[in-house]
Ligand binder design. Structure first.
Ligand code: IDP
Ligand code: MG
Length: 162
């Protein structure tokens, strides 16, 4: 079942995106800081788990990068330790989350962005976020099963959207 079919009917204009704190972010104790940024922006957490992914799983996740020279090292690194995998929901969240992340290279990321504030090196950029709505759908369904989603309404909802 695709993630759209799991969304409440009232939120037809809502999107979901896949966010993961990478092994370097977890080791550096940045899960809380990253969750805080999405929470305080007003986004809604709908699924989360702390897992160590297999290399095969990471190869699927990064399949579009399979011809890049860093692909093998990237998949090995991403499976070397725990990641904090999450699905967040909100209006235009795919684009807004990418803006919150900053650029792929932390050196090009503006202060204020997650990568611009919290990391230095392109190979250790602490967080993943889906780059398009289509990729968000694929990634959400690669990482989460239907029963791992929680259906809930934050009390702030009526004050975040008109
Ligand atoms: P993104 O994470 O900003 O979407 P992608 O181009 O999808 O960036 O690359 C996926 C991940 O691969 C990056 O987050 C980074 O960890 C790693 N990566 C990308 N480019 C390089 C590189 O030139 N050297 C080493 N690692 C890289
Ligand atoms: Mg990407």
């Amino acid at each position: 079942m695709g993630f759209y079919s799991r969304m409440p009917a009232s939120s037809a204009d809502m999107e979901r995106t896949f966010i993961a704190v990478k092994p370097d972010g977890v080791q550096r104790g940045l899960c809380g800081e990253i969750i805080k940024r999405f929470e305080t922006r007003g986004f809604k957490l709908v699924a989360a788990k702390f897992v160590q992914a297999s290399e095969d799983h990471m190869k699927k996740h990064y399949l579009d990068l399979k011809d890049m020279p860093f692909y093998a090292g990237l998949c090995k690194y991403m499976s070397s330790g725990p990641v904090f995998a999450m699905v967040w929901e909100g209006q235009s969240i795919v684009k807004l989350a990418r803006m919150m992340l900053g650029e792929t290279n932390p050196a090009d990321s503006k202060p204020g962005s997650i990568r611009g504030d919290l990391c230095i090196n392109i190979g250790r950029n602490i967080i993943h976020g889906s780059d398009t709505l289509d990729n968000a759908k694929m990634e959400v369904d690669l990482w989460f099963k239907a029963e791992e989603f929680v259906n809930w309404t934050p009390c702030s909802q009526a004050f975040l959207y008109e």
